[in-house]
Design a protein around this ligand. Structure first.
Ligand code: ADP
Ligand code: MG
Length: 341
């Protein structure tokens, strides 16, 4: 199927909290197209978060395991263009017949239907036909169905029939895992600390994450230089927002955990182990000092604690800074790293 890109698979779609529901729903649909209540399956999320990758992976998985199924991937723009051409050339019947014969229709970026009433109308009928005859529909958009504007109500209500699952911005660990997958896939050799630097600093979408890596590699090939951390920082100047960038709680957590060599997930756990409590309290203290987050949201972030716990943590850290030289040094070190980022 020329519309499916073989490079997009489940294998190389890294799982994280940001995509777990969407990924597993996609997997379920791939195993039983048309045979689950996830029909349509609607995947939504911002630019570069993996919508196209995931729905292509579903299509490829179906082709692999159920080769007789007719799977079609089409973008909303392409569908619109085909429809306009069919009208122009009086081929509407062929167009309808073609679409009605599909077992799995993957329609990418339906927000682009906004304002295109005739095309929407037409798609509505195709949707109904496919749905009524038990075929699978998979749809992506940049927003949840309830937030899509410019689409007809009756089409939106169809989108809500099945399951909507969103893709969110990946957290630091997932970004790191994605980078490692790409590096491995392409047989590239980049130092771990360079990957960490990229994962820390490029945190809005996966496409930019990849873009940064491609740029690094291109520059290193051109200059015939091995990439170390300093060179990477120089090369990525244009990619990375300058120091006015807001520091996130997630970043603080990762720095503190790295510094004290404690596993990142422990900070959010209930454990009372001394070194974990220390890392947790320092994280809260730094979050209060360096982010705009409220005490409530800081408590929530670090393991669902209440705001009085945060106040207590900050007080404890301040007291220790006053009385314990070594401790004061720790906090100063971490703060220095925070500002360097
Ligand atoms: P969207 O369609 O949401 O704009 P894409 O599917 O085009 O985003 O993803 C952008 C890039 O990021 C693609 O190269 C894709 O392979 C990659 N990508 C996104 N999410 C993941 C993930 N979870 N694991 C691996 N690669 C990902
Ligand atoms: Mg896309």
């Amino acid at each position: 199927d020329p519309q499916l890109n073989q490079n997009y698979t489940f294998d190389n779609f890294v799982e994280g909290d940001c995509n777990r529901l969407a990924r597993s729903a996609g997997y379920a649909v791939a195993a039983k197209p048309g045979g689950t209540s996830f029909n349509p399956l609607m995947i939504y999320g911002g630019v570069g978060l993996g919508k196209t990758h995931l729905v292509q992976a579903i299509g490829n998985e179906i082709k692999r395991t159920l080769p007789d199924k007719v799977v079609l991937y089409v973008s909303c723009e392409k569908f619109t263009q085909q429809f306009v051409d069919a009208l122009k050339h009086n081929n509407i019947n062929d167009f309808v017949n073609f679409y009605q014969a599909i077992d799995v229709l993957i329609m990418d970026d339906v927000h682009n239907f906004a304002g295109k009433e005739k095309t929407q109308d037409f798609f509505f009928h195709i949707f109904n036909h496919l749905h009524q005859t038990g075929r699978q529909l998979i749809i992506t958009s940049d927003k949840a169905p309830k937030d899509l504007s410019g689409l007809e109500e009756r089409l939106l209500s169809r989108f809500k029939w099945g399951l909507s699952a969103d893709l969110q911005v990946p957290d630091l660990e997932t970004r790191m895992a994605i980078l490692k997958t790409k590096v491995y896939q392409d047989g590239i050799d980049l130092p771990h600390e360079v990957l960490e630097y990229v994962a820390h600093n490029i945190d809005n979408n996966v496409r930019e994450l990849e873009g940064a890596m491609v740029s690094l590699l291109a520059q290193s090939t051109l200059n015939r230089k091995e990439i170390d951390l300093n060179l990477a920082k120089q090369m990525l100047k244009n990619f990375i927002k300058n120091s006015t960038k807001e520091i996130s709680m997630e970043y603080i957590q990762s720095l503190v955990c790295e510094y004290f060599e404690v596993p990142i997930e422990m900070v959010k756990s209930q454990t009372r182990k001394r070194e974990i409590v220390q890392a947790r309290q320092i994280s809260m203290y730094l979050a209060k000092a360096h982010t705009k987050s409220s005490l409530k949201s800081i408590g929530h972030f670090f393991g669902g604690r209440d705001h009085s716990t945060v106040i207590y943590a900050c007080q404890t850290v301040e007291d220790l800074i006053d009385t314990d030289k070594k401790f004061k040094g720790y906090v100063a070190d971490i703060q220095k790293k925070l500002k360097m980022s």
